[in-house]
Write a protein that binds this ligand. Structure first.
Ligand code: CMC
Length: 431
């Protein structure tokens, strides 16, 4: 971190404290409060971290006002149209776009790690068939620390590297097998002659009884979904990975924690929740009823797939995802399906509605991804696992960055305590 060139003054009673201000390469200035408690004896209060930078990072930048998302400085729309997922994985992990030779090497390494330890098949079989694939992913990824002992020592850079490659390579196999298990079909092993996205589709949709050919338009759309979810700076699941890792936990445990956090409907679970909501709405004429519910303060219902903590203009991922949805639906010849009609009409009405405009609520990435995944034939329960496999590289890049950072220390937030002050224990007969 560079030296602070500015400072802020905080006055409490008759005492003043100078707080250094750091200027980032992009985004708002940051007031450094690390010494505040030691010097002034006060904490800061920020539930939900709406104004708190928890780390410094060089990986991803979001300008919520402009609707801008950059990975290592490159805009997401350029990456989505010109690049492919494994190249973006390299970019996120190592900071630069690879040369052709470096990319070939990286792709070979990832491809060679796609198989799971055969013993893990038994682990999958221990789950109930109706287990949610996210529950299986949390369990299986956490269990990787019991299978890959040679990549759990976080102090060894070589082991960190192998763990990173293993996680990126094996996550599609884990997600596809969670899916196969839930629909009662045999596991399909990875194929090294297919690219990352095509291999995933093959593992999800092939069956031993017949040949399965991956349509290149569908694998391109799948790859784009992976790209658009690859990283999103310090969101809830990434912060969870960083916090879990700050205690020195092994990478598989930390990524399992990230997957668990992603599952919630306010985060990665929104894509499943959004499609279920569209199905519940069912027909265009019922949209006003749901819009009214979303606006009603006494009703906890929210329009899933709308709104974002950081984007307050538009979600640049949604713009690309919307184009992709049109391409896929066109290819599959399903432009007029009722679900899509509800989605399009809901989007139109919500964007014109004063409530949504005033609160800056517009469709986010999860609004369109579910429509594509449904059209491809995935069950809704697979939407969030696909988000998790795409986000794995982001979690790992942030985890690697954090471990290499000399300022890394255990995360330990403070609190505003409003409970009882010290009181004496009361024996049970006197309560
Ligand atoms: N429908 C109706 N009202 C909403 C919605 C919505 N989807 N989202 C926010 N609001 C209202 C909310 O009621 C509040 O109103 P008021 O100020 O009157 O209390 C105001 O807008 C601000 O909401 P907030 O909850 O304080 O905002 P937040 O930044 O904490 O939440 C969010 C962001 C994404 C959790 C929220 O917009 C939401 O729950 N959206 C639906 C779930 C969703 O689509 N999540 C996916 C996010 S993108 C993928 C990812 O990053 O995981």
């Amino acid at each position: 971190m560079t030296d602070a060139k500015k400072s802020a003054t905080l006055t409490i009673g008759d005492q003043s404290y100078a707080l250094p201000i750091f200027s980032p390469t992009a985004g708002p200035d940051v007031i450094d409060i690390r010494k505040l408690y030691g010097e002034a004896g006060v904490f800061t209060y920020d539930p939900g971290f709406t104004s708190t930078a928890s780390c410094d990072s060089t990986i991803t930048f979001i300008d919520g006002g402009k609707g801008e998302l950059l990975h290592r400085g490159y805009p997401i729309d350029q990456l989505a149209s010109k690049s492919h997922y494994l190249e973006i994985c390299y970019l996120l992990l190592y900071g630069e776009l690879p040369t052709a030779a470096a990319l070939e090497d990286f792709e070979l390494t990832i491809t060679r790690h796609t198989m799971l330890h055969e013993q893990m098949v038994n682990f999958f079989r221990g789950f109930r068939r109706d287990a949610h694939p996210m529950a299986i992913m949390v369990g299986v990824v956490g269990a990787m620390s019991a299978f890959y002992h040679d990549s759990t020592d976080i102090a060894d850079p070589q082991q960190r590297e192998i763990a990173s490659h293993r996680l990126i390579a094996k996550m599609p196999t884990i997600a596809a097998w969670a899916y196969k298990y839930s629909i009662g079909q045999p596991f399909v092993y990875p194929r090294n002659d297919l690219d990352y996205a095509a291999n995933f589709l093959h593992m999800c949709f092939a069956v031993p009884a017949e040949e399965y050919h991956v349509d290149p338009i569908l694998s391109r759309a799948m790859d784009r979904i992976f790209i658009l979810h690859a990283d999103h700076e310090q969101n809830a699941s990434t912060s969870t990975v960083r916090l879990a890792s700050s205690s020195g936990a092994n990478p598989f445990a930390c990524i399992a924690a990230g997957i668990a956090c992603l599952w919630g409907p306010a985060h990665g679970g929104a894509n499943q929740a959004c499609l279920e909501m569209l199905k519940e709405i069912g027909t265009v004429d019922r949209i006003p009823e749901f819009i009214a519910r979303a606006k009603d303060k006494d009703d906890p219902f929210r329009l899933m797939g709308f709104g974002h903590r950081v984007y307050k203009n538009f979600d640049p991922r949604a713009t690309v995802m919307k184009q992709s949805a049109d391409e896929v639906l066109d290819l599959l010849g399903i432009e007029n399906n009722p679900l899509l009609q509800v989605a399009k009409e809901l989007e139109r009405i919500a964007l014109e509605d004063e409530y949504f405009a005033e609160k800056k609520l517009f469709p986010n990435v999860d609004f369109y991804s579910g429509i594509i995944l449904e059209a491809m034939g995935f069950t809704t329960s697979m939407f969030t696992p696909i988000f998790a496999l795409s986000r794995t590289v982001g979690w790992i890049s942030q985890w690697k960055e954090m471990i290499a950072d000399p300022q890394n220390k255990i995360g330990r937030p403070r609190q505003l305590y409003l409970g009882e002050t010290a009181r004496d224990y009361v024996d049970i007969e006197n309560r």
